[in-house]
Design a binder for this molecule. Structure first.
Ligand SMILES: [Zn+2]
Length: 92
């Protein structure tokens, strides 16, 4: 699997940028990440037909590397989602 060579968190612009070893960069908005949270709780909401909505002004406050991806902590306190690199690549 491809791993990014660099992960940049821009709280001002509210985007996350992943740079891959081939030089490609992906940029994903913080709200989009929150709304696509892959944790069991958010997945269950989406399966039930609900939409996971990011609060206005929501930001990513912390990132924890998990090897195959990363755990993303949001300003609304939600921190259950572990985002595999392949999932992030699909979102961008
Ligand atoms: Zn979630």
């Amino acid at each position: 699997m491809k791993w990014p060579s660099e992960v940049r968190l821009d709280r001002g612009a509210r985007v996350l940028t992943l740079r891959w070893p081939d030089g490609n960069e992906l940029t994903i908005g913080h709200a989009q990440l929150r709304e696509a949270c892959p944790c069991a709780e958010c997945r269950r909401l989406r399966l039930g037909g609900d939409v996971v909505r990011a609060a206005q002004g929501l930001t990513v406050t912390d990132l924890q590397s998990m090897g195959y991806g990363m755990q993303i902590v949001f300003s609304d306190g939600h921190a259950r989602g572990i985002y595999p690199w392949t999932y992030l690549a699909q979102l961008a």
